[in-house]
Design a protein around this ligand. Structure first.
Ligand code: FCB
Length: 462
């Protein structure tokens, strides 16, 4: 199975998950620094203080990417490194780091793909309300302008936000992500302010970056499978909260009826002001899709314990305001170490469905990959056949969608290297390169060698 020409094969990371150096060269604290320091929030009390020490090992990591032959690299810029207080003074040393990163990629023939916001909100903005505060949207646009002024001549593909679903619902609904708030209306307020931030940031980017730059948003669109007679009703609710609440305003300029119906007893959406939807509804050059697994849903009949296997951990709160009556059923295996089921067909369906609905919009897989309990073998290598199998099957699923007509421009494997997996700390390894957290030594796993081979031959085999 040949990879079509022009289809990019890359890998992805995010600032807080790999950089470390959290108090160096003028970086300010982010909500994840605070969250990690709050007892009980992150597995084993892990923090991103050192992470992969990428900040200090930039050259070595760039060489590693070149050795693997990556065609593109998706990274995120840490807002608190560039504008430590969230607003106002710009930290030159922070910008310099990303400028060196971009130059280093270009020198090695690797295409940079920059995400502006992968969850590390400056703590100073959280202190003023964070995503519950409308003003945070314009703060993101101002920060976008600073980054675009610096990198806009060299970065060709931009992503405003990574997975706003997580920021909104895991950050403000069930509280398993920073800032760790539990609420019902709060996640929806955050959704709207994130959507607004996206729209304002697109405009800030467009005014500054090269004319043919590609501007995108990355969503973790959920694929739900209905179960039994109440499955379709359950699906309508959770789809509205997970997918339509972003696709509607961003690509169609409105909050769809299903969203308003699902959230009827939660909010009247009075926080949406006149003119907001026009600001949010900006033309996009490409849509970023992150995909890992699927969910099976039905309505809870009120008897027995409600199943809640939505794959994002348990807490006092719900990530599904207005759809608390939806059950997330245990899925049949196999599962990855995250407990997420492996369902490559869901990716084909997602991509062909998006293409049918938005035929003019190119798509990019901005994340896909798997955590497995890797072990180092006696020969010093990591024989992660399960990860190779996962990636190969999902790449095939993407190519199936391409064959069916979907305009998919590339695939970014999550992740280049093992890193800080949010509330799971360092307990889950997604990398194709192993990181020894004692020595910080990097060792390409078999999956990295396989991926390098694939890039060289651009042939997936049969
Ligand atoms: C996604 C995140 C990414 C990583 C993967 C496993 O939700 O965008 O940072 O944690 O999951």
């Amino acid at each position: 199975m040949r990879i079509p020409s022009g289809f990019l094969l890359g890998a992805a990371t995010a600032s807080y998950q790999i950089e470390g150096a959290v108090a160096e060269d003028g970086r300010g604290p982010s909500i994840w620094d605070t969250f990690c320091r709050t007892p009980g929030r992150v597995h084993d009390g892990d923090t991103g203080d050192v992470a992969d020490d990428h900040y200090h090992r930039l050259e070595q990591d760039l060489d590693l990417m070149a050795r693997l032959g990556l065609e593109a690299y998706r990274f995120s810029v840490a807002w608190p490194r560039v504008v430590p207080d969230g607003r106002g003074a710009v930290n030159r040393r922070g910008l310099d780091f990303y400028s060196r990163l971009v130059d280093g990629l270009l020198q090695r023939g690797i295409r940079p793909v920059a995400t502006l916001y992968h969850w590390d909100l400056p703590q100073a903005l959280q202190d003023r309300g964070g995503w519950l505060e409308r003003d945070t949207a314009s703060a993101l646009a101002d920060y976008a302008a600073v980054v675009a002024d610096e990198l806009g001549d060299r970065v060709h593909t931009w992503t405003t936000l990574n997975e706003p679903w997580c920021s909104a619902y895991l950050g403000h609904g069930n509280g398993v992500h920073a800032p760790g708030l539990v609420g019902r209306v709060e996640p929806l307020v955050a959704v709207h302010h994130l959507n607004l931030a996206h729209g304002l940031a697109v405009q800030a980017l467009r005014a500054r970056v090269v004319a043919d730059a590609q501007v995108s948003l990355t969503l973790n669109l959920h694929v739900f499978r209905p179960d039994g007679p109440t499955g379709r009703d359950a699906l309508r609710k959770v789809e509205s909260l997970a997918n339509e609440v972003f696709l509607g305003p961003v690509l169609e300029g409105r909050y769809p009826d299903a969203v308003l119906e699902t959230t009827r007893d939660v909010t009247d959406w009075a926080f949406v002001r006149d003119g907001d939807l026009a600001q949010i509804h900006q033309p996009l050059d490409v849509l970023g899709v992150n995909y890992y697994n699927t969910n099976r849903v039905r309505l809870w009949d009120g008897t027995g314990a409600r199943q809640q296997s939505d794959g994002h951990g348990r807490s006092a709160g719900s990530a599904w305001p207005g759809a608390e009556d939806v059950e997330f059923l245990e899925q049949p295996g196999p599962h990855t170490e995250m407990g997420w089921n492996i369902d490559p067909a869901g990716l084909t369906e997602l991509l062909t469905g998006l293409h049918a609905r938005f035929p003019e919009l190119p798509l990019l897989i901005t994340e896909n990959g798997a955590a497995f309990p890797d072990t180092v073998a006696d020969d010093g290598r990591v024989h992660d056949d399960d990860r190779v199998d996962y990636v190969r099957r999902h790449l095939r699923a993407v190519l199936d969608a391409v064959d069916a007509g979907a305009d998919v421009r590339g695939y970014f494997l999550w992740s280049l290297m093992d890193n800080f997996e949010w509330a799971y700390g360092y307990s889950k390894r997604f990398g194709i390169v192993r990181v020894d957290y004692d020595t910080l030594e990097r060792t390409p796993k078999d999956s990295a060698l396989w991926y390098a081979d694939l890039i060289r031959s651009r042939d997936l085999g049969t």
